[in-house]
Write a protein that binds this ligand. Sequence first.
Ligand code: GUN
Length: 307
Amino acid sequence: MQRAVTILTISQIRSMKIIDGKKIAAQIRVEIAREAADLVRLGITPGIAVILVGDNPASVSYVTAKERACSETGIRSFMSRMPVETTQDELINEIKRLNADDSVHGILVQLPLPKHIDESAIIRAIAPEKDVDGFHPINLGKLLLGEDDGFTSCTPAGIMELLVRSGVDTSGKHAVVLGRSNIVGKPVANLLLQKKDGANATVTICHTGTPDATHFTRQADILIVAAGRPNTVTADMIKPGAVVIDVGVNRVPDTSKKSGFRLVGDVDFDAIAPIASFVTPVPGGVGPMTITMLLANTIKAARRCAT
Ligand code: GUN
């Protein structure tokens, strides 16, 4: 198939900006640490319980990063490590215990879970007012309705925050979301279309059933890529000047690294960087924001105890 060639002007190449998720996340974490300290002065230490079942290496590293971020911002974290053979009932009993514990304001069960456990049953067992992941149907329903008293799932919330703090105007723009997962694609599409400041976009969702995703991605002023596959988006798929948010985190073999792998996103970064106006790197783009929004949701949950 012949690929279209995009001719760029010098000013377009010069105007591309990297959205530094690490820097923006660090700024927000300062605000969160201040709020955590205010709550401590009121006698409430914000606390999150993190449950990890099994020892999936990626999950272990995510959970470790979450614990570190909590301790750096003054949030107490309670870690429950459960063996891979834990039954669904045992996990639900642990969640019930944490639902009833007043020192725990947020509960997170790290996904994916072992195959014998029904993720949906586990998510529904978490009290919606402690569901800081925003995965419970009550919180997803509130997000859909545009109600602000629930919890927004962390990666979509982080993406919206990155856009706002980078000065990207979404109103009236065409946002195309690649991917329809319950964790990213569906919630971020719904956030973008809300009739609110920092949203109000026209939204298209493309997925594995879309015969010609390029037809849509080329029209995108804002392209959110959550496909879960490296190089899903190539240079010919984006419009000059587009804002590209790469949600992908893929491990690809790299013998030059001690770990034997490196992280790449879903977007061919080097190829699209000269064409886009804004782009998020991997690592250092969306990733740091996901954990930051988890901290923000935990503060929100704890603040409710103060009112
Ligand atoms: N696994 C990968 N991302 C996430 C997340 O945001 N929350 C939970 N609970 N598990 C995950």
